[in-house]
Design a protein around this ligand. Structure first.
Ligand SMILES: [Zn+2]
Length: 309
């Protein structure tokens, strides 16, 4: 409902892009946090496995989840919500929303937050990020720490939720990406090639390549520049999610190969810094900065970020 494009009598329509993505738990502004065994290698797979099961059975409980982890992920370590996961989400929440008006952080079995993680969550609730709703799902509210509990509004869910979770929407559709404004001058695959070239040039400080790119980019009108930057923000936010959740969204093979390679050498912190720089360049563009100079100074700032991180 928070993000539905076409509310009907205050009810979500269930058929718009935002509704479909939310139902399939695939919305980029939906951040899922769930108890996992403390093993790095299963992290990405676990989220996909959890989605598959929770979509089939929205009453899935913790004990069942433990059994699923044992049978499908091959570990019987006790699942918990780590403070590391909360830190990662905190840094993503510092960025602006990817496509929705409001974003949702859903913590499933919030009583499984360990003490350090609880305190980090508390900090987030004390200084809540912009346009963000937190949903804590807990089977026993008394297991939540009091300071966290006192900041929440309680909704008791008695009956079985009958809402059906539908099948995954077709995320192959290019128009799914809100930022991919496919203007005639810059179709998505051309933008992706430019994005790749730009990132490589910044990473390797290739001034010649950067100059060529700058000429091309500055030929575009202000709107074209704006579109390209939004496109890059979208791709870099895919990278963030790729690192945090190992989420592999439907994209072309070529894109996936690049993103995998690119992320191998990057920390989440670096990506967040890159995103912040690009976002602030859009701010200056909107205040009529010269796009040629802006692109160059932005690229130099990206050099530095790659260099220092
Ligand atoms: Zn809708």
């Amino acid at each position: 409902m928070l993000n539905c494009y076409q509310l009907k009598n205050q009810e979500p329509c269930g058929v718009c892009n935002a509704c479909l993505k939310l139902k399939a738990l695939n919305h980029p502004d939906l951040h899922l946090i769930l108890p996992l065994p403390n093993e790095k290698k299963i992290d990405g797979r676990a989220l996909a496995v959890w989605k598959k099961h929770i979509i089939k059975n929205n009453q899935l409980n913790f004990e069942e989840w433990k059994k699923i982890i044992a049978s499908e992920l091959g570990t019987d370590k006790e699942p918990a919500i780590s403070s590391e996961k909360i830190s990662q989400i905190t840094s993503i929440l510092k960025l602006r929303n990817f496509e929705a008006k409001k974003r949702i952080v859903l913590i499933w079995y919030a009583e499984k937050l360990n003490t350090v993680a609880s305190n980090k969550v508390l900090k987030m609730l004390e200084e809540p990020p912009d346009k963000t709703y937190f949903i804590f799902v807990a089977s026993d509210k008394d297991e939540l720490i009091d300071t966290v509990k006192s900041r929440l509004e309680r909704i008791h869910v008695k009956e079985k939720i009958s809402a059906q979770i539908s099948k995954t929407p077709n995320t192959n559709n290019e128009s799914d990406y809100a930022f991919e404004t496919n203007t005639e001058e810059s179709p998505a695959d051309e933008n992706f090639k430019k994005f790749q070239t730009w990132m490589r040039a910044c990473h390797s400080k290739n001034i010649v390549e950067l100059n060529d790119l700058n000429l091309e980019i500055s030929k575009r009108k202000k709107r074209g520049y704006h579109n390209f930057m939004n496109f890059c923000i979208n791709k870099l936010s895919f990278c963030c999610r790729h690192i945090v959740h190992n989420k592999e969204h439907a994209q072309s093979n070529e894109e996936m190969i690049f993103i995998r390679k690119f992320c191998k050498h990057l920390k989440l912190k670096t990506l967040v810094l890159l995103l912040k720089e690009i976002q602030s360049s859009i701010y200056y563009l909107e205040r009529n900065a010269n796009s040629k100079i802006l692109f160059l100074s932005l690229s130099i700032n990206l050099f530095k970020i790659f260099d220092e991180n």
